[in-house]
Write a protein that binds this ligand. Structure first.
Ligand SMILES: C[S@@+](CC[C@H](N)C(=O)[O-])C[C@H]1O[C@@H](n2cnc3c(N)ncnc32)[C@H](O)[C@@H]1O
Length: 246
């Protein structure tokens, strides 16, 4: 199955780094707090983080008491930053596509993945490997771009706007056409894999997971006051977060 390593593209990497350094970025404001709110007690636990990027989640798991954390990512550049900025003797960073985790031998108490799994074509293959890697009762907690976002391809404006350019309605297209979607994000040719909400949920159930919680995080009053641009999330959530148990 195809695997794209777009985060190692120089232009893409610089663009992505800039948005992650911006204090108004959606990861810091909504996605990370919502994901962390669903974490189980991490004291003494072993954790695998898939698509760990800069390692911000891995270091947070250590702060929360994890005994050992393995972060894997397909991108050399992302791991370079992780090793420089978020290292700890209890964290191991490994360059590896998550499609290959079936080769890993040790079990984990918790597997997480933040905004990375929509880059994977074979969702049910990866979730089956995660199920095998988890100890009994172990937790799989992941976020991904919301299915109402992954359905788009191309670069056309996704919004109907008023004369001042304010977003009024979403132009939803091809929600029920699953599979590879190519579009522009910093560079042309970025590939994501779109799955309908029902496909994601049914894959997890078929693998054997018990679904415990789902979130579609929204900004609170305080965030909206500081960053009113995020009110468009009330038209369409950007993220989907699911907590499942083996
Ligand atoms: C949007 S970033 C998120 C990084 C980090 N999880 C976070 O939330 O800060 C997506 C990450 O997934 C990684 N990635 C994409 N496809 C992957 C794959 N097939 N296997 C492992 N990592 C992958 C990218 O290299 C990138 O670091």
């Amino acid at each position: 199955m195809a695997k794209q390593d777009i985060f190692d593209d120089e232009t893409f990497f610089e663009g992505y780094r800039k948005i992650r350094d911006n204090e108004a970025n959606a990861n810091i404001l909504f996605e990370m707090p919502a994901l962390f709110s669903l974490l189980p007690d991490m004291e003494g636990k072993t954790v695998l983080d898939l698509g760990c990027g800069f390692g911000e989640h891995c270091i947070e798991y250590i702060r929360r008491g994890a005994a050992r954390v393995v972060g894997i990512d397909i991108s050399k550049k992302m791991l370079e930053i992780a090793r420089k900025e978020n290292s700890d003797p209890r964290i191991e960073y490994i360059e590896m596509p998550m499609e290959d985790i079936g080769m890993m031998k040790t079990k984990f108490d918790i597997v997480t993945s933040s905004l990375a799994i929509h880059y994977v074509e074979d969702f049910s293959g990866v979730t089956s490997s995660i199920y095998e890697l988890l100890s009994d009762g172990g937790i799989f907690l992941f976020s991904q771009e919301h299915p109402l976002s992954t359905c788009y391809s191309g670069n056309a404006d996704r919004w109907i706007r008023d004369e001042s350019g304010n977003k009024q309605y979403l132009k939803l297209e091809n929600y029920s056409r699953e599979g590879e979607k190519e579009y522009r994000w910093f560079v042309d040719g970025v590939i994501k894999y779109h799955r309908m909400f029902s496909t994601i949920v049914n894959s997890l159930i078929q693998t054997g997971f018990i679904l415990e919680r789902m979130e579609e995080p929204l900004p609170d009053e305080d965030i909206l006051e500081r960053f009113p641009q995020h009110s468009d999330l009330f038209h369409k959530p950007d993220f989907l977060i699911i907590r499942a148990r083996r």
